[in-house]
Write a protein that binds this ligand. Structure first.
Ligand SMILES: *[C@@H]1O[C@H](CO)[C@@H](O)[C@H](O)[C@H]1NC(C)=O
Ligand SMILES: *[C@@H]1O[C@H](CO)[C@@H](O)[C@H](O)[C@H]1NC(C)=O
Ligand SMILES: *[C@@H]1O[C@H](CO)[C@@H](O)[C@H](O)[C@H]1NC(C)=O
Ligand SMILES: *[C@@H]1O[C@H](CO)[C@@H](O)[C@H](O)[C@H]1NC(C)=O
Ligand SMILES: *[C@@H]1O[C@H](CO)[C@@H](O)[C@H](O)[C@H]1NC(C)=O
Ligand SMILES: *[C@@H]1O[C@H](CO)[C@@H](O)[C@H](O)[C@H]1NC(C)=O
Ligand SMILES: *[C@@H]1O[C@H](CO)[C@@H](O)[C@H](O)[C@H]1NC(C)=O
Length: 615
């Protein structure tokens, strides 16, 4: 190898530029080979001949346009009797000019060296050298401190920088493409070594408080007195608050109580201190959580009393929801349910982690109560009275209606009982059979409710009831069914025929299964058509499940089907085919009677004739 020289050797170039290389054959070359036999490659790829230029017998030149490789080899070969023989290769690197350095910061280590660093900007991909220059003043004659670095930071040796020193500094960045010099920057914001937060901790039994403990850096002497700033932030919120605290001379550690915080909330804390000359940077963030508190809100309690009840045994389903607290006071571990008879000494307490319970009660009146508990205590009690059987139930509201407005279901009711201020609205899908699947909402001082979007699903039939709550009683419900949105039925009604006659037939059909109605069926239409004739139809309201077609043509093939309509559309059931009879029942009876009479007549005639013959 090395039978040739490439120049330039190992260049560093600007990304995307045009390059030119020479391959100069050595003296010991084969005589019949000259520079016109040289070929060029970029890595493994042959460079097109039109980019070659044979300068003289020993020198070939190549031009490479738009060089975008970060690193690549340019290789020159010579063609010897069909074989490519590598003569030489060189690596080429491409990159960018350095950015202007900026964002200087220096960290002061007291009686040790001071380290300054800067931001070099984007990666150049080329060998780039930095020179850091420090001066005490900008006067030209001032003492200079130099430091060369390739990694973005430099040390200034003690005692060039001592307590209270301020410096001017500048960084020069240089690579093959350019030399860029930063402005002179006046560094009064020099940092001292950061303090460190050791812990952010709740003290058992102390609510709404976090104790912050921090220590000065090992590198800052104990003789320095610090003024510190604690900055703390609820991790779920954006804004932070600050308090100033003092760190005395001679103390390695200090702590501070942050008070009046939220319960059971995470706070992120950072600290920064000042020795009256320099500030430290902000410490690493530490997170801690305040003590848990007993739940502050009572649960939202409701019940479903199963309707099939004897006076001795009743099944009552208790259901409850946790009212969300913001911020949350803690983690609810479970619920305690208490059931107390009003007339006897019966009392039962159970615990549960579910948000429901099933009680088997006798016909007496009971008071049930539920509390939620966390490791810190219990919530206030939610209570509900289960009346005895036979006790008079307060009367229901007068009217209820439901309609859709703005894609939301609105329920409105009217009542003449003016003393009632509170109501419970209860709803569940018509298909829902489990009492636990019911939803409810307490409503005070209003006689309407607009369901938040998403509470009711479209195309589903809901049973909705309004219960008035006079005093501590629960009145009788007033109920209705509603769809928030309807669409055409998924299937049509299946039809069949009965009582086929000469001119009439009874068409019967079945209700569409509830899950496939997608709305309230308003009416049914029976379509029928004689073979080759015109289609006719009859519509009946949804109370009917049959229709008698009359005035049909005798002995004719008919097709028929039934269509169900709701407010949003319609669906056709399958088609049935039948042939009307040639003769009606009456015709057959008449015919049979006629034949019978004829036979009788013939019989009588025969008898008379034979008697006569006998005689
Ligand atoms: C070929 O050209 C190069 C550069 O132009 C020159 O240095 C060299 O002397 C020339 N060689 C011959 C044999 O003419
Ligand atoms: C190089 O060699 C070829 C024959 O292989 C010849 O035709 C050509 O003239 C030579 N070129 C130069 C520049 O000497
Ligand atoms: C250079 O090459 C790059 C990538 O191969 C391409 O995106 C760019 O357009 C080219 N530039 C020119 C001037 O051809
Ligand atoms: C300095 O740092 C800030 C944020 O840390 C950054 O937005 C800015 O671009 C930097 N400036 C330079 C010149 O590096
Ligand atoms: C936090 O700040 C961002 C941008 O400043 C803002 O978009 C967002 O809504 C804020 N979040 C809260 C909870 O305030
Ligand atoms: C912080 O609170 C704890 C517990 O109430 C108390 O013992 C301690 O003295 C308080 N510390 C400070 C610095 O107030
Ligand atoms: C049947 O009900 C639909 C949907 O409400 C209605 O558009 C149509 O007019 C009704 N047909 C008759 C004949 O009443």
């Amino acid at each position: 190898m090395e039978q040739a020289q490439i120049s330039p050797w190992s260049p560093e170039v600007e990304r995307g530029s045009t390059l030119s290389f020479l391959c100069v054959l050595g003296n010991n070359r084969t005589l019949d080979r000259n520079a016109s036999h040289i070929i060029w490659k970029l890595e493994q790829n042959l460079i097109a001949q039109e980019n070659y230029n044979v300068i003289n017998e020993t020198v070939s030149n190549v031009t490479i346009y738009n060089f975008t490789h970060e690193r690549a080899h340019v290789r020159c070969f010579i063609n010897v009797s069909g074989h490519e023989q590598l003569l030489n290769q060189t690596q080429v690197r491409s990159g960018f000019r350095p950015d202007k350095p900026g964002n200087f910061s220096c960290i002061f280590y007291y009686d040790k060296n001071t380290t300054c660093s800067w931001f070099s900007g984007k990666e150049t991909h080329l060998t780039t050298h930095y020179t850091f220059i420090a001066k005490r003043t900008l006067h030209a004659a001032d003492e200079l401190h130099f430091c060369r670095s390739d990694n973005g930071s430099c040390s200034l040796f003690y005692p060039y920088v001592t307590m209270g020193t301020i410096i001017w500094c500048q960084v020069k960045a240089k690579n093959a493409l350019a030399e860029v010099t930063s402005e002179w920057v006046y560094l009064d914001q020099m940092e001292t070594v950061k303090p460190e937060i050791i812990e952010v901790k709740a003290i058992p039994g102390v609510k709404q408080m976090l104790r912050i403990t921090w220590k000065r850096s090992e590198l800052s002497p104990n003789s320095v007195k610090f003024n510190c700033r604690l900055r703390y932030r609820n991790t779920r919120l954006n804004y932070s608050e600050e308090v100033n605290v003092l760190m005395e001379r001679g103390k390695k550690k200090a702590s501070f109580n942050l008070t009046a915080l939220h319960d059971f909330t995470e706070y992120a804390v950072v600290i920064q201190c000042s020795d009256s000359f320099f500030f430290t940077g902000w410490s690493e963030e530490k997170i801690g959580r305040t003590e848990e508190q007993a739940p502050s809100r009572e649960v939202n309690l409701w019940r479903v009393i199963e309707s099939s009840q004897s006076s001795e045994n009743r099944t009552v389903h208790l259901l409850w929801k946790v009212v969300e607290e913001l911020p949350s006071s803690g983690i609810i571990l479970g619920y305690k349910i208490q059931c107390v008879s009003e007339s006897s000494t019966y009392k039962k307490t159970v615990s549960s982690t579910n948000k429901m319970d099933i009680l088997s009660l006798t016909g007496e009146a009971y008071v049930v109560s539920v509390v939620a508990y966390s490791s810190a205590g219990e919530s206030p009690e939610a209570t509900l009275r289960i009346p005895s059987i036979g006790e008079e139930t307060p009367k229901p509201v007068d009217t209820v209606k439901a309609f859709t407005s703005n894609e939301q279901l609105v329920v409105e009711w009217e009542t003449s009982a003016l003393e009632v201020q509170r109501y419970v609205l209860e709803w569940y899908k018509e298909q829902e059979t489990e009492p636990a699947g019911r939803s409810w909402q307490y409503i005070a001082n209003a006689t309407n409710w607009t369901a938040p979007k998403g509470v009711f699903e479209p195309f589903e039939c809901y049973n909705i009831s309004v219960y008035p709550l006079p005093k501590d009683k629960i009145g009788a419900p007033k109920s209705l069914q509603a769809y928030i949105q309807e669409r055409s039925p998924s299937v049509g009604p299946g039809a069949k025929m009965e009582n086929l006659g000469k001119n009439e037939v009874m068409i019967k059909w079945e209700e569409i299964p509830k899950a496939q109605r997608n709305g309230f069926i308003v009416n049914y239409t029976v379509f029928y058509k004689p073979e080759g004739g015109k289609e006719l139809s009859e519509t009946v309201n949804a109370d009917f499940l049959q229709y008698q077609l009359k005035l049909l043509k005798a002995n004719t093939q008919y097709t028929a089907h039934v269509m169900a309509s709701n407010k949003a559309g319609r669906a056709n059931g399958s088609t049935i085919t039948f042939n009307t009879l040639k003769l009606s029942k009456e015709d057959l009876i008449l015919m049979n009677t006629t034949i019978g009479l004829c036979m009788l007549f013939i019989f009588v005639l025969g008898t008379v004739w034979s008697l006569k013959k006998h005689a």
